[in-house]
Design a protein around this ligand. Structure first.
Ligand code: DGP
Length: 114
């Protein structure tokens, strides 16, 4: 049995998080190390390690997460724009092996990313 990720522990209520949204499919909470005035992570309750592990059956789930992100962004007052980032794998900068969508906003964001 592999060890639970930190995000699975948040889903299971074992460690606290500043949760801003939840439903039967996903959970959203503020990043512990915010890179912008608004930095929220949206994660599926289902344990999917990364984009690379998505399967056809997850199609609806990923679409649902984007609609949730849109709703959260509106609630956070990000009418001037925002960015959604999903890091995948070592070179993609992924550090937690549970699929997560970064929602960043509240300041001008430069491009390209590092
Ligand atoms: P990534 O590098 O894409 O895997 O992003 C992981 C993010 O997770 C990173 O921005 C910091 C955040 N994070 C790590 N541990 C915790 C935690 O215990 N609580 C919260 N709220 N965020 C965390």
């Amino acid at each position: 049995m592999t060890e639970k990720t930190i995000f699975k522990r948040i889903i299971d209520g074992e460690i606290p998080a500043d949760i801003v949204y939840e439903d039967e499919q996903c959970l959203a909470f503020r990043d512990i190390s915010p890179q912008a005035p608004v930095h929220i992570l949206v994660i599926p309750r289902k344990e999917i390690p990364s984009i690379d592990h998505l399967s056809d059956e997850d199609e609806q789930l990923v679409g649902h997460i984007y609609l949730v992100i849109k709703q959260i962004a509106a609630g956070e007052g990000l009418e001037n724009g925002y960015r959604v980032i999903v890091n995948c794998g070592k070179e993609g900068g992924q550090t937690v092996d549970h699929l997560h969508f970064h929602l960043l906003g509240g300041r001008g964001l430069s491009w390209p990313p590092g």
